[in-house]
Design a protein around this ligand. Structure first.
Ligand code: NAD
Length: 299
C-alpha cells in the first residue's frame, strides 16, 4: 500500500517537492495557510487539507514541513499538527531554521513518540521542481533510514550529518562558506579588471589555478565566462540576496551560541546587509557590480 504523507508549506519550494512525492506514488495530503497554494497542489494530484488540527492523522506515515522559519515549524509541531496523528509518524522538517530550534523540536518530537529529522535542502526552486535537491539530514541513524525513501523522491543526494540539528548545522556552515567564497571571487575579478585583465582572461587562469571554486566555475559573478550564471541576466536570481542574508544570520547566531569565531562570516553578513539595501531583489553575486560601482567600503 502507498505510504501516506501530510505536506505542510506549499510555497516556492514546497509546491514542487509536494508534486514530486505525488509523482513517486505517495498518497499526499497538502496544507498551507494559502488556499491558492492548496488548490495548486490538488491540481497536481494531492488531497486538500482544510484544517490541520482536525485532519484525521491516524493513517499517516510521515509529515513533511517546508516553512519560512523556526517559529512557523514550532507552531506546526507544537500547536497545529493533527491531534489524531498516530505515534510513530515520521516528522521530516525540510525548512532552513536555526540549529537550536531544530534540535529542540526534533528531540522533543522523538521523545513524544514521533521520530523526527531535520532535512534542509541545497538547491533552489528549479531543483525542487526537478526533484534534484540535496538533503542534509540530522537525526538518529534509524530515523534517517526511515526518511530516505521520502527524500529520495524529492532529491538526488541525501547525506546523514549526525544527530538532530546537524542537518541545519551543515547547511548554514556550507552557506557561510559560499558567501565568503563568492565575495572573495568578486573581489578578485574586481582587482584583476582594475589591473588591466579582462574577465575571461582572469577566469581562464584562475579557474585552472588555486583560486578555483564553485563560486567561480559554476556561478561566475563576472558576465561572460559561465553562460548559465545570473551575472549574464542582469543578476536576476538564482539565489537572491535576502536568502543569503537569512542563512548568514542563522550562521552568526549559531556561532554566538556555540562560542565559534567567524570574523569573515560576520563581515560577509555586513556586506550582504549593504547589498540588501541597494539590490535586494538581485542574485548574491551582485557584490561584483557593487564593488565596480564603489558601493562597498573595505571596513
Ligand atoms: P515561501 O515563503 O515561498 O513558502 C512558505 C509557505 O509556508 C507559504 O506558502 C506560507 O503560506 C506557508 N506557511 C507559513 N506558515 C504556515 C503555517 N503555520 N502553516 C501552514 N503553512 C504555512 O518559502 P520558500 O521559498 O518555499 O522556502 C521555504 C523554506 O525553504 C525556507 O526555510 C527557505 O529558507 C528554504 N529554502 C528556500 C530556497 C529557495 O530557493 N526558495 C532554497 C533552499 C532552502
Amino acid at each position: 500500500m502507498a505510504q501516506t504523507v501530510l505536506f505542510v508549506g506549499l510555497g516556492n519550494m514546497g509546491s514542487g517537492m509536494c508534486a514530486n512525492l505525488v509523482k513517486a506514488g505517495f498518497e499526499v495530503h497538502a496544507f498551507d495557510l494559502s488556499k491558492d497554494a492548496v488548490a495548486a497542489a490538488v491540481a497536481k494530484g494531492a488531497h486538500a487539507v482544510e484544517d490541520l488540527r482536525s485532519f484525521d492523522g491516524s493513517g499517516l506515515d510521515a509529515m513533511v514541513t517546508m516553512l519560512p522559519a523556526g517559529k512557523h515549524v514550532a507552531q506546526v509541531y507544537m500547536e497545529d499538527s493533527p491531534q489524531s496523528m498516530r505515534k510513530g509518524t515520521l516528522m521530516i522538517d525540510c525548512s532552513t531554521i536555526d540549529v537550536e530550534t531544530a534540535r529542540a523540536l526534533g528531540q522533543g518530537a522523538t521523545e513524544r513518540g514521533y521520530p523526527a529529522v531535520d532535512a534542509p535542502v541545497s538547491g533552489g526552486t528549479a531543483a525542487a521542481e526537478a526533484g534534484t535537491l540535496t538533503f542534509m539530514v540530522g537525526g538518529a541513524p534509524e530515523h534517517f533510514e526511515m526518511a530516505k525513501p521520502y527524500l529520495e523522491a524529492m532529491g538526488k543526494k541525501v547525506f546523514h550529518a549526525g544527530g538532530n540539528g546537524n542537518g541545519q548545522a551543515a547547511k548554514i556552515a556550507n552557506n557561510m562558506l559560499l558567501a565568503i567564497s563568492m565575495i572573495g571571487t568578486c573581489e578578485a575579478f574586481h582587482l584583476a579588471e582594475k589591473l588591466g585583465l579582462d574577465a575571461q582572461t582572469f577566469y581562464d587562469i584562475s579557474s585552472n589555478a588555486s583560486g578555483q571554486s564553485w563560486s567561480m566555475t559554476s556561478y561566475c559573478p563576472a558576465p561572460g565566462p559561465v553562460p548559465a550564471a545570473p551575472s549574464n541576466r542582469d543578476y536576476n536570481p538564482g539565489f537572491a540576496v535576502p536568502m543569503m542574508l537569512k542563512d548568514l544570520g542563522l550562521a552568526i547566531e549559531a556561532a554566538g551560541t556555540s562560542g565559534s569565531t567567524v570574523p569573515l562570516g560576520q563581515h560577509a553578513k555586513h556586506l550582504y546587509e549593504e547589498a540588501a539595501k541597494a539590490h535586494g531583489d538581485k542574485d548574491f553575486s551582485v557584490i561584483l557590480p557593487m564593488l565596480n560601482e564603489g558601493l562597498l567600503k573595505a571596513d
